[in-house]
Design a protein around this ligand. Sequence first.
Ligand SMILES: Nc1ncnc2c1ncn2[C@@H]1O[C@H](COP(=O)(O)OP(=O)(O)O)[C@@H](O)[C@H]1O
Ligand SMILES: [Mg+2]
Length: 395
Amino acid sequence: MIETIGILGGGQLGRMLTLEAKRMGYRVVTLEPLPNSPCGQVADEQIVAAYDDARAIGELGARSDVVTYEFENIPLESIRLLQSQSRNVRPSGDVLRVTQDRILEKTFVRDAGCATAAFEAVTSADEMQNAVASLSFPAVMKTSRGGYDGKGQWVVRDAGDAEVALGEARGAPCIYERFVPFEREVSIICARGSDGKSIAFPITENVHDHGVLDTTIVPARLDSALAERVRANAALLGERLQIVGAYCVEFFILGDDVLVNEIAPRVHNSGHYSLDATQISQYEAHVRAICDLPLVQPRLLAPAVMMNILGTGEGDVLEGSAELLREPELKLHLYGKRHAALRRKMGHFTVLGSSVAEALAKASEGRSLLSWRPSTAVAGRPMMQIGASQPSPSA
Ligand SMILES: Nc1ncnc2c1ncn2[C@@H]1O[C@H](COP(=O)(O)OP(=O)(O)O)[C@@H](O)[C@H]1O
Ligand SMILES: [Mg+2]
C-alpha cells in the first residue's frame, strides 16, 4: 500500500503535486538542495541534499513507497540507484534516460513514426559544419542535456551565429534543429497507468516569451483533424515509453504539419490550468497513476487562460494582487519564492471565461495590474542572491 510519495525536486510543480497528494491523504517527502523550497514548505518532510547525494537518495527511497520526479535533470544514476534498491520509481529510469537527452529523445520520437523538426546531432565542429550544410539557416541549436525554459539554446541565423553557438556550447553535445516558423505551439497532458490505460487532458495552446511559457489557452484553437493527430502522437509516445504517470508532449503546428517538439515525463507548466478548469488536475492524475488508482477522463469546466507571473529583477514584492482578486473567475497561485529574479517563475493565475476570447481579455487585464517593487527594507540596496546552489529550475 502506498502511504508516502517521494518527490525528487522541490519547485512549484512539486509543490502543486504535494498539495493535491496531501488532499488525497498521502504523506510527501521531497529531496531538494534549496532549503525551505516551494515544495518543502508544504510537504511533510524535505531532505536538503544534492540530487546526486547517494546517501540522501537512499534515505528518500527508504522513507517513500513510490518515488517520482518533478523535472528531468535529475541524474539518471540517482534513479538507477533507487531502482537497484528495489524502490518503485515512476516514471522509470528508462523514460528519464530518453527524455533528458534531446538527441535520444528526438531520435526516439522519429523512430516511433512521429514527425519532428529536421535535426542533426552536433558533438564536434565537423558535425556542426555538416549540420549547417544539410539544414542551413535559420536553425535553433540546443544543448542535448540540462536545458530548460529556453536555457542552453541559440537561434542561428547565419554562419557567425553558428560559430558563436558552437563556442558557447563548449563541447557539450547539442542538437541542431531547423527553425520552425510555427503558426501555433500546443501541448497535451496525458496520464498513463501501470495497466496501460491512459487519459488525455484538453489540448492547450501555448505562447512563449524568451523560451519561457507565458500564456496557456484552453481549449487550443485547432481544427479537429490536427487535434486528433496531436492526441494520437501523444498516446503513442506514452505507450512506446511505457510511462507510468502524467506526461506532457509539446508540438509545433505549421500548416498540416504536427511536429513533436519535446516530451516531459512529469507534470508540466502548460497543465497548471487543470487545477481550476478541469474536474481533476494533472497533479491528481499523476498521483492516481503512480499510486495505481483509477484514471478518469478530465473534463473542461469552461474555457480558460493561464498566465505565468515571472520575476522582472526589479524587486521581490508583488503589487496589484488585491486588485487582481476582484475578478470572481480568477485563481491566483503563488509559489513561496522570495527572490523574483528576471524571468523566474514566481506564480501564475488562471481565469475562466464564457469563451476563450473573454478569458483572454480578463487575463490580459489581470496581468496589467501586477508589478514588482523592491521591499522597503532593502530598497536601494542590492538584493542578496538566494538559492544559488543549483536547485530545481522551478525552485
Ligand atoms: N526548432 C524550433 N523552431 C522554432 N522555435 C523553437 C524551436 N525549438 C524551440 N523553439 C522555441 O523555444 C521554446 C523552448 O524550446 P524547447 O525545445 O521546448 O526547450 P525547453 O522548453 O526545454 O527550454 C519552444 O517552446 C519554442 O517556442
Ligand atoms: Mg519546452
